[in-house]
Design a protein around this ligand. Structure first.
Ligand SMILES: CCCCCCCCCCCCCC(=O)SCCNC(=O)CCNC(=O)[C@H](O)C(C)(C)COP(=O)(O)OP(=O)(O)OC[C@H]1O[C@@H](n2cnc3c(N)ncnc32)[C@H](O)[C@@H]1OP(=O)(O)O
Length: 222
């Protein structure tokens, strides 16, 4: 079995594919604050018991006004990437609106995956009712999404970026909302362009879901 790990320097630069790159450090603090406030708005709207039509109409008009004001500026190009410095001195790219870990996506949970001391990646996130499936529990699709992101990031950092060809999730226990979820993933082995990766979510040290995945590394044109 070959572990065919490419050094980080061979990772493709998204600019070579015509994708704009934003430095994470250059994202304005005020935009981050706005993203957090909009997430709070989503959570609040999803849970409000307000029924007064005047209050609801006023809120909708206020949101529309802010949306129109921000829409006056050009939208980002689809596929815009963000380059992040990692604690180990390496760096990674990800789409800036990635639904699981995008810096500017108010629907994304505040998940940051970083290299783990023993290899692979780890991150921690606490989910609110925006991600609810069964009462008080994280939606199974979102559990898969978190694991997909973790195995994809582990594969990308250990080798080079790829697409998920296969993801098998084993839901062992309910994954609760409002509890810190510890997410880890690591590469098991590599065969040509296929990267076999394992990941899991733990709550209070107990595994609630685990995944095995095959990532297929994207071919970079010469
Ligand atoms: C630029 C910078 C980007 C930075 C990104 C940061 C990432 C962050 C993390 C993001 C995380 C989020 C991630 C997401 O959300 S990724 C989004 C969800 N995934 C997709 O949309 C993928 C859709 N599928 C495809 O595009 C193609 O099928 C792929 C690309 C996967 C392969 O098509 P391609 O034509 O390229 O390759 P090939 O057919 O020559 O096959 C090559 C090898 O692979 C083996 N194989 C193929 N399929 C399967 C399968 N289903 N099970 C088992 N094995 C499979 C195949 O047998 C062969 O093996 P071998 O003959 O060598 O033994």
């Amino acid at each position: 079995m070959t572990v065919n790990t490419q050094p980080a320097t061979e990772r493709p630069d998204p600019r070579a594919f015509g994708l704009p790159v934003v430095e994470q450090a250059d994202i304005p603090a005020e935009l981050r604050t706005l993203v957090g406030r909009v997430h709070a708005l989503i959570d609040t709207v999803a849970n409000t018991t307000e029924t007064d039509p005047a209050v609801l109409a006023e809120a909708a008009a206020a949101v529309e006004e802010v949306t129109d004001r921000l829409a006056a500026a050009p939208r980002r190009q689809i596929g815009t990437m963000v380059r992040r410095d990692l604690p180990d001195g390496d760096s990674e790219y990800g789409t800036i609106t990635n639904i699981v870990a995008g810096d500017t996506n108010p629907a994304a949970p505040p998940l940051s995956l970083v290299p783990a001391a023993g290899g692979g990646v780890h991150g921690e996130v606490t989910l609110d009712t925006v991600y609810q499936g069964p009462p008080g529990l994280v939606h199974g699709g979102w559990i898969a999404a978190l694991l997909d992101q973790a195995v994809g990031t582990a594969s990308s950092l250990a080798t080079s970026p790829g697409l998920t060809a296969r993801l098998e999730v084993n839901y062992r226990r309910p994954t609760p909302l409002f509890n810190p979820l510890e997410i880890t993933a690591e590469v098991e082995r590599t065969e040509r362009r296929k990267v076999y990766v394992n990941g899991r979510i733990r709550v209070n040290g107990e595994v609630t879901a685990e995944a095995t995945a095959i990532m297929v590394r994207v071919e970079v044109p010469e």
